[in-house]
Structures are given as structure tokens and as C-alpha cells.
Design a protein around this ligand. Structure first.
Ligand SMILES: NC(=O)C1=CN([C@@H]2O[C@H](COP(=O)(O)OP(=O)(O)OC[C@H]3O[C@@H](n4cnc5c(N)ncnc54)[C@H](O)[C@@H]3O)[C@@H](O)[C@H]2O)C=CC1
Ligand SMILES: CC(=O)C(=O)O
Ligand SMILES: [Mg+2]
Length: 371
């Protein structure tokens, strides 16, 4: 199969969808891998390493896309990338469609087959291709939050761990899944007072058990969120309803209840964000202030630590990439119902229910296309 790996073009996105190790594996299985020149540079993978692995290098981005049957990316396609996609091509990447009507339309119009990393499932009920980046983003959320609390960033001037004689900061994490647990763990490690809110009691039990009461676990209700808003210095938004737009859990009105200079880090921004006042920001200009509250809403947080993130992401994606390359999308998805859950768009049809519902589009079950 003809496999292409374009260079990512989203703001400060340095990850790449395939490492030289992955390229070697695919070439060894008889596939042709074309890597856009410089695609791996930001993650520390030189062009020469891809060449040594048997991949072809191509400087012309149009040629990279045009000849491909399978396109491997990291971030959702940007407008100029959507314009390059065509019928017969398979795209495998993060998509986050429920938050992006125009991207959904564009992918439908392209005629391509679009498989999203973030909706592939596993036997344990997890999201194996989202989890590695959620781990990274959860850990980064506390770094970003701590920095945003500094006065120069518009923050209240609170140090997360406090110092002897001065109490530590209060941190709430809404959503105790992969992002939430990793954020809470980092905040605990720094000595903050940490509360995790979730709607899943089994999840709260796991966290309580794992951290032996060192973080407070609270069932997520409007009242519990109100209390967090009034008390906390830093709130991390980490909820997910798979494939769907995030629920808005903190409204603009509620910001008035927060201490001036408090910080909201909305990791769920890639699914539209879980705070009413969130709008996607970039690594170039990551924060803005609404009613005295600092908002950090970068939609590709792991892109900033591209070396770690690329390795973690490709460790998880490689078995799926190999299946797509060896069998083609149809057989690969037909053989694995968890992989089939990744299919979001095929030849103009929306094949993920939450995305169809978000935009009032007709939903076509993937199983119908795989017969
Ligand atoms: N901004 C970025 O760079 C990145 C963003 N993300 C995003 O972070 C979000 C969270 O991802 P994961 O932690 O992997 O998901 P997850 O599925 O592991 O965890 C989500 C948790 O939210 C909980 N939840 C749902 N509704 C809730 C509510 N109303 N109140 C409290 N908890 C609620 C669920 O019970 C679950 O435990 C996703 O939108 C994901 O796409 C992930 C990686 C990078
Ligand atoms: C999950 C996601 O959107 C990211 O890693 O950028
Ligand atoms: Mg996005």
C-alpha cells in the first residue's frame, strides 16, 4: 500500500504520525512509505533516519498527498489539508468532529474514509489511541495551570504547594478519567490540595483506592461544581462523553464567584470545551482572561512535548496502522469491532452517532459498510 506521512501544519504542532521505527516495520511488510521532508524534525527524527528505514522522502506536499492510499496524521486536517483529500483515500488521525461542523462537512465532501484515533475503543471500555495523549495533556495541565497562576500571566500569584506557614493551592479536576487522573497526580506531587469530580462512581472508587484518600473524590453535580468554583485556585476541565461535544459545566455567570486571578485549564477544548467561556487557543498565545479568570485552552497540548508524545502515540497507533496497511480499511475494521468504532466518515456518510447527532446529519452504522 502507498502510505503517506505529511508534516503537521497546526500551530506549534511538532508531532509526527510515524517514527522511523514504524516506517521500517511497514516497509518490511512490503508497503511504500512516503514521508514529507522535515515531517519528523520537530520530534527529533531526522529525514536521514526515515531514509535509512526504507521510506521515501518527498519535499512537495502535493505529491505526498496525491499518491497516497493511506494518510497518517496526528491532528485534525486543517482547511488546506481537507482540500487535498479525495475519494479512495483513507485518513487515520485525531478528528474531534463533534466540535467542528465545517471540518465534518469538508471531510464528507472529500469522499475519503476518515478514521479517528479518539473513538477507537478497547475491551476494557477505554480509548487506547486517546489515552497516551490524555496522559501527556493531563500531566501538562498542571504545569500550564501553575504557570498561569503567576502574576505576570494574569494569575492570582498563588504557588501550588504553598510554603511552610502558607497553605497550598486548591485544585479541582472535573472528570477523573485519563486526563483527570494524570492532572490530579501531578497536582498531588506538587503538594496542592486536590479534589477530583466525576459522574462515574466506579471511577471515583478506583481513584480513592489508588491514592488512598490523598485526593478527595466528589460525585460531580452542579452543587459540587459550584463549590469548586468558589474555593479553587485552579480548575482543570477533563470530562469526555466519547465522540460528543463536551457539556458546559462552568457558565460565564459562575466566573464571578471565582477568586480574581484563578485559572481554568480546559483540556476538553478539543471536544468544544467544558467551560462556557472557553475558546481554542494555540501554543503561541495560550491564555486569555475573562472576568478576571485566566483561561488556558490549547487544543494540541501534547504537540509541545513532541518527542515524548510522538513515541507514546505511535506505540499505540502502530498495530492499527499495520492492520490498515496489510488488509485495507474495510477488512481491518470488519475484523475488529473496536477499531470499527473509529470510523467517523466514509464517502460522504457520517458513521459515528454522536457526530451525526451533533449536526442533525443522517447516521450510517459502520457495520452496514463493512459487509
Ligand atoms: N487539549 C488537548 O491537547 C488534549 C485534550 N484531550 C481531551 O481531554 C478530554 C478527556 O479525555 P480522557 O481523560 O482521555 O477521557 P476519559 O474518558 O478517560 O475521561 C473522561 C471522564 O469524564 C467523566 N465525565 C463525563 N461527564 C462528566 C461530568 N459531567 N462531570 C464530571 N465528570 C464527567 C467520565 O466519567 C470520565 O471518567 C477529551 O475531550 C480529550 O479529547 C486529550 C488529550 C489532549
Ligand atoms: C488528543 C489530541 O487532540 C491531541 O493529542 O492533540
Ligand atoms: Mg481542534
Amino acid at each position: 500500500m502507498q502510505i503517506a506521512v505529511p508534516k503537521e501544519i497546526k500551530n506549534h504542532e511538532y508531532r509526527v504520525a510515524l517514527t522511523p521505527t514504524g516506517a521500517r516495520e511497514l516497509v518490511g511488510r512490503g508497503h511504500t512509505v512516503t514521508v514529507q521532508a522535515g515531517a519528523g524534525e520537530g520530534a527529533g527524527f531526522a529525514d536521514a533516519a526515515y531514509e535509512a528505514a526504507g521510506a521515501r522522502l518527498e519535499a512537495d506536499v502535493a505529491k505526498v498527498w496525491d499518491a497516497a492510499e493511506l494518510i497518517l496524521k496526528v491532528k485534525e486536517p486543517q482547511a488546506e489539508e481537507v482540500a487535498r483529500l479525495k475519494t479512495g483515500q483513507t485518513l487515520f488521525t485525531y478528528l474531534h468532529l463533534a466540535a467542528e461542523a465545517s471540518l465534518t462537512r469538508g471531510l464528507m465532501e472529500s469522499g475519503a474514509t476518515c478514521i479517528a484515533y479518539e473513538t477507537v475503543t478497547d475491551r476494557q471500555g477505554g480509548l487506547p489511541l486517546l489515552a497516551p495523549m490524555s496522559t501527556v495533556a493531563g500531566r501538562m495541565a498542571i504545569q500550564a495551570g501553575a504557570h498561569s497562576l503567576e502574576k505576570a500571566q494574569g494569575g492570582s500569584g498563588v504557588l501550588l504547594p504553598g510554603v511552610p506557614g502558607v497553605a497550598p493551592a486548591k485544585v479541582a479536576v472535573i472528570g477523573g478519567g485519563v486526563v483527570g487522573e494524570n492532572a490530579a497526580r501531578m497536582a498531588l506531587g506538587l503538594g496542592a490540595e486536590v479534589t477530583v469530580l466525576d459522574k462515574s462512581i466506579p471511577r471515583l472508587e478506583t481513584l480513592d483506592d489508588r491514592y488512598q484518600g490523598r485526593m478527595k473524590t466528589v460525585f460531580s453535580t452542579a452543587d459540587a461544581i459550584d463549590e469548586a468554583v468558589r474555593e479553587c485556585d485552579l480548575i482543570v476541565g477533563a470530562v469526555l462523553i466519547p465522540g460528543a461535544a463536551a457539556p458546559k459545566l462552568i457558565t460565564r455567570e459562575m466566573l464571578a464567584e471565582m477568586k480574581p486571578g484563578s485559572v481554568l485549564v480546559d483540556v476538553a477544548i478539543d471536544q468544544g470545551g467544558c467551560f462556557e467561556t472557553s475558546r481554542a487557543t494555540t501554543h503561541t498565545d495560550p491564555t486569555y482572561i475573562v472576568d478576571g479568570v485566566v483561561h488556558y485552552c490549547v487544543a494540541n497540548m501534547p504537540g509541545a512535548v513532541a518527542r515524548t508524545s510522538t513515541q507514546a502515540l505511535t506505540n499505540a497507533t502502530m498495530p492499527f496502522v499495520t492492520a490498515l496497511a496489510d488488509k485495507g480499511w474495510k477488512q481491518a475494521l470488519a475484523d475488529d469491532a473496536h477499531f470499527a468504532a473509529g470510523l467517523n466518515v466514509h464517502e460522504g456518510q457520517v458513521t459515528y452517532k454522536a457526530v451525526a447527532e451533533a449536526f442533525g446529519l443522517e447516521y450510517v452504522e459502520p457495520a452496514k459498510l463493512l459487509k
